[in-house]
Design a protein around this ligand. Structure first.
Ligand SMILES: [Zn+2]
Length: 403
């Protein structure tokens, strides 16, 4: 049963109420990771009804339950902790990029910092950091004596009202926020006139280019193309100083300065029609189903993340995934889950890998690094990635989705 939306759908970019479904999943996990053996195991599912606005093309999940947002983001398990050399280097690079634009001893606000890796990296470079993050899994002790002050709450927080910062940093958050305009306005009032803001988010241009169906997952309510985000930023009083392609275009970063709010023309819709997009995405879904069905024996996922979450929502009822490996030490006693139940997360070990008929790398942004690692652990079976290849640069690892 489809739960009726509490309020009529309205595009957060152009305001239109007209939209067309391009991707849907009736019952998908709300969380990527949760504690094993939850008493109410049947809960924790939501619906994806990804629609394209008929006027500007903006993609969003029309079925997102705004009332459940606090529960979703106060989540009991921290995700996206940097666990590999590549991930740690990326955090350091971002910290260096931000610090390059700041005066000595700056005051920094980070909104939605997850486990706090970036805040800690900024504080090591002698910034004073206020970190706002709602996750109840975050331990204040982690920040004792580090120069990071934790506010375990949703942004904006009353304790910081009236404070203005030399830098405002917000990474991988805006796509989770149902109403972006008031959120961006709150970031803007926190920014000093001569300060900088750094906003990072997944790129809908990239999803549209690669037709990456696992990039549609429950926690993301909005999928912004660059032109749409620039429109929202201009309205909120941010001037774009620099734009960065991150992770080969999967994400986009904006370096911003304070400006007067500006009304602009609504961005044009993307080139592909909604019908064309719907058909292309459906083809990918069917192709991966056939590929999984053709594997004779137990299949393991590598990476307990949002893409594994999306995959389980799509295929767990037809594919009994046998194991999930992840390098995050704090995932001991945690599981991923889908419509057919829980799968405990385990650290990768050679003898467990050896028993698998195929391994699907869910942490696809790090697939080359992971493929090398499992090869070094002696695994010789077929390896697939959830990366949908960029048409301009096909990947080296077989994709579950590509022809
Ligand atoms: Zn629109």
């Amino acid at each position: 049963m489809t739960k009726p939306a509490a309020t009529p759908h309205r595009c957060v970019v152009c305001g239109s109420g007209d939209a067309v479904t391009i991707w849907s999943v009736a019952r998908t996990p709300m969380h990527a990771v949760r504690p094993t053996g939850m008493t109410d195991a049947a809960s924790g599912f939501g619906q994806l009804d990804i629609v394209a606005c008929s006027v500007c093309g903006h993609l969003s999940n029309r079925a997102f339950d705004t009332d459940a947002a606090d529960e979703l983001y106060g989540a009991l398990v921290l995700t996206n902790e940097p666990v590999s050399p590549g991930m740690i280097a990326a955090v350091d690079e971002t910290a260096a990029l931000i610090m390059r634009h700041l005066k000595q001893d700056p005051a920094v606000l980070e909104v939605g910092g997850g486990g706090g890796a970036l805040s800690l990296a900024l504080a090591r470079r002698s910034a004073r950091v206020d970190l706002v993050e709602p996750s109840r899994a975050l331990r204040p002790e982690r920040f004792a004596g580090t120069g990071v002050t934790l506010h375990r709450a949703m942004f904006p927080v009353p304790a910081l009202a009236g404070r203005r910062f030399d830098a405002v940093v917000c990474r991988q958050v805006i796509e989770h926020v149902p109403e972006p305009a008031p959120f961006l306005a709150a970031l803007r009032v926190s920014l000093a006139d001569d300060g900088i803001a750094y906003l990072e988010l997944p790129s809908a241009d990239d999803i549209l280019r690669r037709h990456s169906i696992v990039d549609f997952h429950y926690p993301h309510v909005h999928y912004y193309r660059r032109a749409e985000m620039e429109w929202l930023l201009a309205r909120a009083g941010f001037a774009v100083a620099e734009v960065f392609d991150i992770k080969q275009g999967h994400d986009v970063g904006f370096l911003l300065r304070a400006a007067e709010p500006q009304a602009r023309e609504v961005p044009a819709s993307s080139e592909m029609s909604s019908e064309g997009l719907l058909a292309a995405l459906a083809e990918r879904r069917a192709r991966a189903a056939r590929r999984l069905a053709a594997i004779d024996g137990p299949i393991a996922l590598y990476g307990a993340n949002a893409y594994a979450q999306a995959l389980l929502g799509l295929y767990q009822e037809s594919t009994p995934f046998a194991a999930v490996f992840d390098d995050t030490a704090s995932y001991a006693g945690r599981c991923v889950y889908g419509p057919a139940g829980e799968i405990a997360i385990e650290p990768p070990r050679g003898e467990r890998l050896a028993g698998m008929a195929a391994i699907v790398i869910a942490a696809y942004l790090h697939d080359a690094e992971i493929a090398r690692k499992i090869s070094a652990m002696g695994y010789r079976g077929p390896v697939y990635t959830l990366r949908a290849a960029d048409p301009d640069s096909p990947g080296l690892i077989a994709s579950l989705f590509d022809p």
